[in-house]
Design a binder for this molecule. Structure first.
Ligand code: HEM
Ligand SMILES: *[C@@H]1O[C@H](CO)[C@@H](O)[C@H](O)[C@H]1NC(C)=O
Ligand SMILES: *[C@@H]1O[C@H](CO)[C@@H](O)[C@H](O)[C@H]1NC(C)=O
Ligand SMILES: *[C@@H]1O[C@H](CO)[C@@H](O)[C@H](O)[C@H]1NC(C)=O
Length: 372
């Protein structure tokens, strides 16, 4: 997609205003992130990016992510060039400090990890606001529709990186910091119930393109699209459902679910929808908590909300037809163990090709040698 087209799409995403957002007559594109009027859709959404018929039904067991080059306790091997035994505790300190001030930032860190790993593998490409060459500037992933004005937690990663560089310079990748931070945020926001293992050894990429964020499924994606986007990354339908439990924390913009509010017909619980309507005030840029009961606790309430028709997005609502939702709603420990495993698998998505050109970045938001 040409850069200008993307810029227009992003402008559209930057919340068209209520009048333009009647669902009727709007086309959904960019893998479920953008609602655009038909004429613009014809001009801006390439045929492949439009929502059409669902892809063929998913195969049950995709090949899991390879995790090539990763291992546990990666920074603890005395004598190796990657020795930095305080790395993981310095990340934890930075995450704890940030969450103590604002638990919402913990949600941001968990989502940052997901959005990093889904695009070019876990390589911190999501953190770059400048890319390989100053001479050929291009919008990075941070400008893509799923990320712009939405991702948060960057300053926590920067703080952890600064502390680590002061102790063991040039040793710990930003991609590993993102992964460790997501693990620590999960533990803190679940009050110690969710403790995943997280291998280290990722490298930082030198490339980041906004257009590649279309690999992330969006709030208007169908169930088949959610499943196929995860399957492309080696994650199963059950893992997709398991990870969606992260929607028990954090916030969302009204523009991503306003088409489900009155007077539009929708499957949302009517009283719940009415409350949301009051909070949104017809403003697509307003934000609400994703879990109206325990907004800052990473728990299995999401699945109870799905069953009660009290979730925000179409992409949450469509999960209610999946068998595992009932089990996750009824047995928190089963979901907690599955969440630990699925987050680790997410962290094992490594793009072997871009890894070859990988580096340990000095500063997480720019590639080494950028000259600025
Ligand atoms: C299954 C497909 C998914 C879709 C369609 C989706 C979509 C979204 C959307 C639209 C938002 C609101 C963003 C905003 O309004 O600024 C959001 C927030 C969030 N998502 Fe997802 N998401 C998905 C999966 C995941 C996964 C796998 C995780 C992590 C494991 C995750 C974690 C979060 C968190 C923590 C937030 C709140 C972020 C914050 O408060 O800063 N989501 N998601
Ligand atoms: C994404 O954008 C980059 C930089 O503008 C371009 O080189 C690349 O071909 C684009 N990829 C797709 C799939 O359009
Ligand atoms: C690391 O190895 C060096 C030499 O091999 C040794 O002197 C040092 O005590 C070791 N440090 C730890 C913490 O084991
Ligand atoms: C890039 O983002 C960082 C924060 O992550 C910010 O401090 C810096 O000023 C930004 N640089 C540019 C060129 O936008």
């Amino acid at each position: 997609m040409a850069k200008q087209q993307l810029a227009v799409l992003i402008t559209l995403l930057a919340f068209l205003g209520p009048a333009a957002c009647q669902q009727q007559g709007l086309h959904i594109c960019f893998n479920g992130w953008l609602k655009v009027p038909p004429l613009l859709s014809y001009l801006l959404c390439p045929p492949g990016s439009r929502t059409t018929n669902p892809p063929p039904s998913p195969s049950p067991n995709p090949a899991p992510p390879s995790g090539a080059g990763l291992s546990y306790d990666y920074y603890n091997n005395n004598g190796s060039s990657s020795y930095c035994p305080s790395a993981e505790s310095l990340v934890k300190d930075a995450v704890k400090k940030a969450i103590d001030m604002d638990p919402g930032v913990g949600a941001g860190l968990i989502r940052l990890f997901f959005h990093d790993c889904f695009v070019r593998g876990c390589d911190a490409s999501v953190l770059l606001n400048t890319t390989t060459s100053k001479d050929s500037p291009t919008d990075t992933e941070r400008e893509g529709p799923p990320n712009k004005n939405s991702l948060r937690g960057f300053e926590v990663i920067d703080a952890a990186k600064a502390a680590i560089e002061a102790t063991c310079p040039g040793t710990v990748s930003c991609a590993d910091i993102v992964a460790f931070a997501a693990r620590d945020a999960s533990s803190l926001l679940s009050y110690g119930k969710i403790n995943m293992k997280m291998p280290g050894g990722r490298l930082d990429g030198r490339v980041s393109f906004a257009n590649e964020t279309d690999q992330l499924p969006g709030p208007f994606s169908s169930l088949a699209q959610l499943q196929s986007s995860f399957r492309e990354k080696g994650l199963s339908s059950d893992e997709m459902v398991t990870l969606s439990g992260a929607h028990s924390i954090g916030k969302a913009h009204c523009g991503f679910f306003s088409d489900r509010l009155p007077p539009n017909p929708s499957t949302m619980d009517y009283a719940f929808a009415t409350e949301l309507e009051v909070k949104c005030q017809g403003n697509e840029a307003n934000m609400v908590h994703q879990d109206y009961q325990t907004a800052y606790v990473l728990d299995n309430k999401f699945y109870q909300n799905v069953r009660a028709n009290k979730v925000l997005f179409d992409s949450d609502d469509v999960l209610k037809t999946v068998r595992e939702v009932k089990q996750n709603a009824e047995y928190p420990e089963i979901w907690e163990r599955k969440f630990e495993k699925a987050m680790e698998n997410l962290g094992r998505i490594v793009d072997v090709k871009s890894r070859r050109e990988g580096e340990i970045r000095e500063t997480c938001w720019r590639v080494n040698g950028a000259g600025y």
